[in-house]
Design a protein around this ligand. Structure first.
Ligand code: FAD
Length: 318
């Protein structure tokens, strides 16, 4: 079995949870090569050792921040050198930007936004939802494919052995027409939307931005995150960063609660792989109930205060 390469996304100086999920899955399938780019990578290398056979580190000040030009170029050279049979990446904002560029550079096929992968005899097939989860496709792959997976598609498990760390000393070519002038981190949102285990999502039925504090309270009891439909973001009740769906983020939490969300296809295609979907909507014919595992047909302004009260009690009782 040849190696499976996994691009390790590093964010705010730490390994993103999705990278450990992808490494765990890759370990089930063969030998693994974790590839991490950045600057000041000693701790990152240590963190990755229990998750891969080989940990390739490219440490360079010019790789401190993600840029499509530097990352595509360096990753291309590392993949060409180590020649893994497949390369996994995250279906995050960075992964969605980087992997198509990498596929073009490598002239390799790419399957984006997958949620599973398995052997069928000697062949490999990749699981990918289509049309808002109405169809689950299994795609057979040939050649050296790149596959991006949604966060929360796999669990995380360390291996018993520690991998070998290899430092690749590579020059970094920058595109001189591109300069990062500033970057801002929203410190108020402690949990990343795509990595959250619990998401409570507000739709137009929330009636206005002031009612989202109810969702914030519930999310904080559950150490989760508030999401929003596009109608909410278009109304400027929440920021785009919260948007779930085709033109927003794709999420796959353990629990998704949709509150006053109708369940339009453009929304459900961003959340249909959530493990448990709960919908609160006063209209029993709302399409969200076709996607939901549990449905509550009621006014959300009746249900949510009760939910908040129960969670508060549960937290106080420890
Ligand atoms: P609505 O469809 O208006 O639904 C509101 C729901 O709230 C209704 O079902 C109503 O019964 C319920 N409700 C009202 N009051 C209450 C109450 N008191 N208690 C309980 N329930 C109540 N949408 C996205 O979400 N994400 C995307 O990324 C996205 N991308 C798109 C891309 C394209 C190209 C296009 C064309 C559209 C996209 N959309 C996206 C828009 C999408 O098609 C829907 O218009 C949108 O999801 C609707 O948002 P909503 O469910 O909040 O609002």
């Amino acid at each position: 079995m040849k190696d499976i390469g996994v691009f390790v996304e590093v964010k705010d100086g730490g390994v993103r949870k999705v990278a450990l999920e992808l490494l765990t899955k890759a370990n089930e399938m063969g030998s693994t090569v974790a590839i991490a780019l950045g600057h000041g990578m000693k701790e990152i290398a240590e963190e990755l050792k229990p998750y891969a056979d080989k940990v390739i580190i490219v440490d360079n000040p010019d790789l401190k921040d993600y840029r499509w030009d530097t990352y595509t170029d360096v990753l291309h050279r590392v993949i060409t050198k180590y020649a893994p049979a497949m390369v996994f990446g995250p279906s995050t904002t960075t992964g969605k930007d980087l992997f198509p560029r990498l596929a073009a550079r490598l002239k390799a096929p790419i399957i984006a936004d997958a949620v599973g992968i398995a052997y069928e005899g000697e062949d490999i097939k990749v699981k990918k939802p289509l049309f808002g989860g109405r169809i689950i496709s299994w795609i057979g792959v040939k050649g050296v494919p790149l596959v991006t997976f949604r966060p929360n598609s796999f669990s995380i498990e360390k291996r018993d052995t520690s991998g070998e760390v290899i430092e690749e000393d590579l020059s970094v070519e920058k595109d001189s027409s591109l300069t990062i002038t500033a970057s801002h981190k929203d410190t108020a949102k402690k949990v990343d939307l795509q990595e959250a285990d619990f998401i409570i999502c507000g739709g137009r039925g929330m009636k206005g931005p002031e009612h989202f504090t109810l969702l914030e309270d519930i999310a904080s009891f559950m150490n989760g995150r508030v999401g929003a439909s596009r109608a909410v973001v278009d109304n400027k009740w929440r920021e785009y960063d919260d948007q779930i769906g085709k033109s927003g983020r794709t999420v796959s939490p353990k629990i998704y609660i949709g509150c006053g969300v109708s369940g339009a296809l453009h929304h459900t295609m961003g959340m249909d792989t959530s493990k448990t979907i709960i919908a609160i909507n006063k209209d029993p014919t709302a399409p969200i109930f076709e996607t939901a595992d549990y449905g509550i047909v009621d006014d959300l302004f009746t249900v949510l205060p009760l939910l908040k009260e129960e969670l508060k009690k549960a937290k106080e009782d420890g």
